[in-house]
Design a protein around this ligand. Structure first.
Ligand SMILES: [Zn+2]
Length: 320
């Protein structure tokens, strides 16, 4: 009887802590996301399994990365959110905008408007054989970076999340290499300072986005319509996933794995389970390297994102 009491009290405490924290990544936690955030149970969810064999080749422009070579406005901050490491980029003041300063933005590819950078974060694994959210040809990579962009026709992220064309996330896979790669070091070398949940660090130096993507082939990518991969799971995301890998060393991966979650446990395996496609199509951009696809060329103005026509009643409500 005494033991029952102890177990009951312990269980109560654990439940309270996880409710306070909002949501978690354990399989049992993920199944409950849709309770508070109904969109998480929708039919256009992310991440998904990407397969080169099943993707539909399509002739679309490359993604233009405008201002990616300029230093980001400072001070940049990194935060341990308890679910990830997020880089926050300050907005330019109206004075600075008058002088011509602009945040980096993207257009081209599947996008029919300009999308401005909103921030970036990472998903990683406890071991090198897992961590990425999307899988590529059944492979899970140890780290995936998401650079979030907001459609400029919406004033802020909250508004953009209400619209199917609200956000574009560029996703990058990392592959483990023997020696430290310099690319991510402005972030990685400072991770020890934000070991604890909710801690934030102002980075001493700013850097450009192209410096952390240096050498990546951006010509070839997959694209599909999906969602945020964390609650509220808004189905507002055009995903652009590059097939080329960026490098990261084991030592650098360990810096990510040394972070602590909101429950004071190692912050690892912060990736969502794969979601069903439900008739969605995944496209792959035709490049000069795969010209054999030219015969099956499909003009992007005629493409449809979803295999079947949605009925009037099939409208999904977004939850914030
Ligand atoms: Zn993410």
């Amino acid at each position: 009887m005494k033991y029952f009491g102890i177990i009951a009290v312990f269980t109560l405490v654990v439940i309270n802590v996880s409710v306070a924290a909002g949501w978690g990544y354990r399989a049992s936690d993920q199944r409950r996301w849709a309770v508070l955030h109904p969109a998480c149970g929708g039919r256009q969810q992310s991440p998904i399994a990407i397969s080169a064999r099943q993707a539909i080749p399509i002739s679309i422009p490359a993604i233009e990365l405008i201002g990616y070579q300029n230093p980001l406005p400072g001070p940049l901050t990194i935060t341990n959110t308890g679910h990830s490491v997020a880089l926050t980029i300050p907005k330019y003041t109206s004075e600075e905008e008058k002088k011509g300063f602009r945040l980096p933005y993207i257009f081209g590819g599947p996008l029919d408007n300009e999308y401005e950078i909103d921030g970036l974060h990472f998903h990683w694994g406890d071991k090198n054989n897992r961590g990425s959210e999307h899988t590529l040809n059944d492979m899970r990579l140890p780290l995936e970076m998401h650079i979030i962009h907001r459609n400029k026709k919406y004033r802020n992220t909250a508004e953009a999340m209400q619209h199917p064309d609200g956000l574009c996330v560029l996703a990058f896979f990392y592959q483990v290499v023997e020696f430290d790669a310099k690319l991510l070091s402005p972030i990685v070398k400072n991770l020890t300072a934000i070991e604890n949940f909710n801690s934030t660090l102002q980075l001493p130096h700013t850097f450009s986005l192209s410096s952390i993507l240096s050498g990546l082939d951006t010509e070839r990518f997959y694209t599909y319509k999906g969602s945020l991969t964390t609650p509220p799971c808004a189905e507002a995301v055009t995903w652009v996933i590059f097939s080329d890998y960026l490098p990261i060393s084991v030592f650098q991966m360990d810096n990510f794995r040394g972070l602590l979650s909101n429950l004071n446990l190692p912050l690892v395996d912060n990736f969502r389970q794969l979601q069903p496609l439900f008739g969605r199509r995944v496209f792959v951009r035709i490049t000069s390297k795969n010209p054999k696809f030219k015969k099956t060329k499909l003009h992007y103005s005629k493409w449809d994102w979803v295999g079947h026509k949605k009925s009037e009643n099939d409208v999904i409500d977004f939850d914030e």
